[in-house]
Ligand binder design. Structure first.
Ligand SMILES: [Zn+2]
Ligand SMILES: [Zn+2]
Length: 384
């Protein structure tokens, strides 16, 4: 198979997956397609059913060595596509707006090449994961024993990045994406007439104080050289202009790069809400949802990733100390369990991720496939 044929095939797969988006754990169509292909390529083992529709492929090389896991996510988003491309989503209200179609196609193409060539020592485990966007599919796969059962020593992941030119890679050692914690605060006061505030307990004034005071969590508690975000994104209360309402609800998210900062902000968040509610005689409950930790790249594997990307596109096209992004990613759970590295691959001047006009750039496929192949070479054939 020539290089051109190889790339054409990856493009065909990508567009086919793009047209059939599936949400969270329901990645049955793409999961079956991936499993069939891996079997056809002659992998040593193919397993279905991890995290419901996840797929694992095991490929042993020509001799003994380490075992590494390469991960691609497969799920799409609940969004109506507006690209109008020939391969536009055939499923109303669902689309691949985060490029996981491209991630799946790239890892599949790499599996085909490696199964043909067997030009490495050790073992490559291909991890095709559902539910990256919601449901923490990576966490579920770990809980189901994927890393232990297949003896995976290091893990590698990749995500496309709009704004980074096609043919460029970006990574950094340490935190590259943020821990994401979400909160909802339910306030309960006592309703009454707007003209008789002394006979009511006003949750709106307390809610307003809370929103303003949450702004000081970062500005007055976090080291200015560290990074964190607290955003209040929902504030609901009231029904009429002459009624002090019974309840108010506040919801938002906390993003941090540093585990100690994450813990500190969580504590300070509770202190601020509790003390303001006490001051206003408001009853409250807090739903605090602790999601994925920060995506923490290990030093050695980041070096391996940089060497691999450099082999594909040359030193001048690899940013080895890129700025972190305050978005979250459930690959963080895998990096919490095993040392590894998460790489950004350029998607050029496309629409942003999670935008209805976004599309994975097929020109990027060849670079992503090349990265996986070089990564296997550097990680398994050198003393890295
Ligand atoms: Zn996404
Ligand atoms: Zn994504």
């Amino acid at each position: 198979m020539t290089n051109a044929q190889f790339n054409t095939e990856a493009v065909t797969w990508r567009r086919m997956i793009h047209a059939q988006p599936e949400l969270t754990f329901d990645t049955k169509f793409v999961g079956n397609f991936v499993a069939e292909k891996l079997q056809e390529f002659g992998l040593d083992e193919v397993h279905k059913g991890f995290a419901r529709n996840g797929v694992i492929g095991v490929l042993r090389g020509r001799g003994p060595g380490k075992t590494i896991g390469l991960r691609a996510d497969m799920d799409a988003l609940p969004l109506a596509e507006t690209t109008g491309r020939p391969w536009v989503s055939k499923i109303p209200g669902k689309m691949h707006a985060c490029g996981h179609d491209g991630h799946t196609a790239m890892l599949l193409a790499a599996a085909r090449y490696l199964a043909n060539e067997k030009n490495f020592n050790g073992t490559v485990v291909f991890i095709f994961q559902p539910a990256e966007e919601r449901g923490a599919g990576a966490k579920v796969m770990i809980e189901e024993g994927v890393l232990d059962r297949f003896k995976i020593e290091n893990v590698f992941g990749m995500h496309n990045l709009p704004g980074l030119p096609v043919g460029r890679f970006a990574i950094r050692s340490g935190a590259i994406m943020a821990a994401t914690d979400d909160f909802t605060i339910h306030l309960r006061g006592m309703s009454g007439h707007a003209a008789l505030p002394h006979a009511a307990i006003d949750p709106i004034v307390a809610a307003s104080q809370i929103v303003i005071n949450l702004q000081t969590l970062v500005s007055r508690n976090v080291d200015p050289l560290d990074s964190a975000v607290v955003s209040v994104c929902k504030l609901h209360s009231g029904t009429a202009m002459n009624i002090i309402p019974d309840t108010a609800e506040i919801a938002g998210t906390i993003r941090t790069l540093n585990p100690a900062t994450r813990q500190m902000l969580r504590e300070r968040f509770h202190e601020v809400v509790e003390s303001i509610c006490a001051a206003h005689r408001i009853n409250f409950t807090i739903d605090f949802e602790k999601n994925a930790p920060a995506v923490l790249n290990a030093d050695i594997q980041t070096e391996v990733a940089i060497r691999a990307a450099t082999d594909v596109v040359g030193e001048s096209n690899v940013e080895g100390d890129t700025r972190p992004i305050m978005g979250g990613e459930d690959f963080a759970y895998m990096l919490e369990a095993r040392p590894g590295a998460f790489m950004f691959i350029g998607n050029g001047d496309s629409a942003p991720l999670h935008n209805s006009n976004y599309d994975f750039d097929d020109e990027a496929l060849q670079f992503g496939v090349g990265y996986w192949l070089c990564l296997v070479n550097v990680a398994l054939n050198t003393s890295a």
